[in-house]
Ligand binder design. Structure first.
Ligand SMILES: *[C@@H]1O[C@H](CO)[C@@H](O)[C@H](O)[C@H]1NC(C)=O
Ligand SMILES: *[C@@H]1O[C@H](CO)[C@@H](O)[C@H](O)[C@H]1NC(C)=O
Ligand SMILES: *[C@@H]1O[C@H](CO)[C@@H](O)[C@H](O)[C@H]1NC(C)=O
Ligand SMILES: *[C@@H]1O[C@H](CO)[C@@H](O)[C@H](O)[C@H]1NC(C)=O
Length: 405
């Protein structure tokens, strides 16, 4: 994933030297994992409580948030915020409670956390200028054969996010009130940027889903509609590919901004399917625009531009960077095994933009993940995967599938 930046590149560079910037503490080889059980609010509260200092530190240094706060103070910004919050309280009240839990546990303000979830939906509300300076992004590469399925992903984010993430491994047991409003029991593990909802990065759920996300930047957004981060939060509860499609479609409202999701679905017989779905705001209907592609023998490659859906995108670094990364990725032979995937996501041949980005740039690869479905492991790297050992290897567990057998 990556987020939105307007005019803060210089500030970000300056910030690197102060606070908790990379210059001071370097690239930490640390992957915090928190195991949690409880209601949405309780789980949020524990995340907030345990990662309070990391969340506060991130919110104090994340330059985009200053921009979102400025927009929030304008009439259009405030209207977009209020409409979005009111829509989410109707559609996903239990995820709003989860955010309230994070805010209470960390002792930070809810509205700032909600602004982080709105991202470009609030950032562009008064000034949708082009070229838009959002930049960078994630690269996902995968393949699926009867022998194995591998998904590799670089988690690329604004440099302030370096050392500011954790993994939530949660078992959500909704309260009776949450159940009445549509909440279901959930089991998932997801990487999270500090203070953000889980889901908009990479992870898996207990129903057989392994996923990674790529930010996409449509030119025209729908502020007030469902933020992508709520859609990807809801995906953590998806029971099947068709259930995921229903969540992505978001009938009755529809997504406000853009992303794509790479999914490997394992069924209870052990068969696996690999998909990419591009999701965009639909300017003519109250549901998301979807483009689904299933990968059989051909490998999956996705960066931060629409490859199939007919969507007018921004121009700017996010597109230039995607073009450069796609070129570098396609210069490799098609991946046939895990080593091939590790080599591809470690690629640094690009001049300005590279697949694995650990130079002094605005957008950095903060971590990389390799999902190995035969081994049922999720390996998490801080440095290039083909020349370093994973810092953490988490098991991929599908309790709902194992139960069905
Ligand atoms: C929470 O933060 C406020 C400042 O925003 C501070 O006054 C208060 O003491 C903090 N509470 C706790 C329990 O740390
Ligand atoms: C979408 O929803 C809005 C608000 O409920 C409504 O005014 C509009 O007519 C709907 N648009 C379509 C195309 O159904
Ligand atoms: C893409 O959308 C534009 C309008 O937004 C339309 O003019 C064009 O025909 C569409 N192209 C395809 C291939 O559907
Ligand atoms: C790692 O991958 C890069 C290509 O991305 C390759 O040039 C390099 O030789 C690989 N290193 C090892 C040790 O395999």
């Amino acid at each position: 994933m990556n987020c939105f930046v307007k005019h803060c590149m210089l500030f970000s560079l300056l910030l690197l030297g102060i606070g908790n910037g990379e210059k001071q503490i370097g690239r930490r080889r640390a992957v915090p994992v928190l195991y949690l059980q409880g209601s949405h609010y309780e789980v949020g509260f524990d995340v907030g409580r345990i990662f309070s200092s990391m969340i506060k530190n991130f919110m104090a240094t994340y330059e985009n948030l200053r921009d979102f706060e400025k927009e929030y103070k304008t009439p259009d910004g405030r209207r977009a915020y209020d409409t979005t919050l009111s829509n989410m309280k109707k559609r996903y009240p239990f995820y709003v409670k989860e955010m309230q839990g994070i805010a209470d546990g960390a002792n930070v303000s809810f509205y700032q956390l909600f602004l982080l979830q709105m991202d470009d939906l609030i950032g562009t509300v008064n000034d949708n200028h082009i070229p838009r300076d959002d930049t960078g992004g994630c690269s996902s590469v995968g393949f699926s054969t009867p022998e194995n399925s591998i998904l590799g992903h670089t988690e690329d984010a604004f440099s302030e996010t370096l050392n500011h993430f954790y993994i939530m491994s949660a078992h959500i047991i909704p309260t009776p009130e949450d159940r009445e409003q549509g909440a279901v029991e959930e089991r998932f593990s997801s990487l999270c940027y500090a203070g953000h909802l889980p889901g908009y990065t990479m992870g898996y759920n207990g129903n057989g889903l392994v996923f990674s996300i790529n930010t996409l930047s449509p030119l025209v957004l729908k502020p007030g509609n469902t933020p992508r981060t709520f859609i990807t939060r809801a995906l953590l509860a998806a029971k099947s590919f068709y259930d995921a499609e229903r969540i992505l479609l978001d009938e009755g409202l529809g997504i406000g901004n853009g992303f794509s999701v790479n999914m490997i679905w394992t069924d209870s017989w052990g068969a696996r399917q690999l998909y990419n779905v591009e999701v965009a705001p639909n300017l003519n209907a109250n549901k998301s625009l979807l483009n689904v592609h299933k990968y059989d023998k051909e490998p999956l490659v996705h960066c931060n531009r629409y490859q199939r859906a007919n969507v007018t995108e921004v121009v700017g670094p996010i597109i230039d960077s995607s073009a450069a990364r796609l070129e570098a990725i396609h210069a490799h032979p098609p991946p046939k095994n895990r080593k091939d995937i590790e080599d591809i996501i470690s690629d640094q041949t690009g001049k300005e933009f590279t697949v694995f980005q650990d130079r002094d740039t605005i957008i950095k690869t903060i971590t990389a993940g390799v999902f190995d479905l035969a081994k049922r492991t999720w390996s998490i790297y801080i440095n290039k995967p083909n020349v370093s050992e994973p810092v953490a290897i988490l098991p991929i567990r599908f309790p709902m599938l194992d139960e069905a057998q």
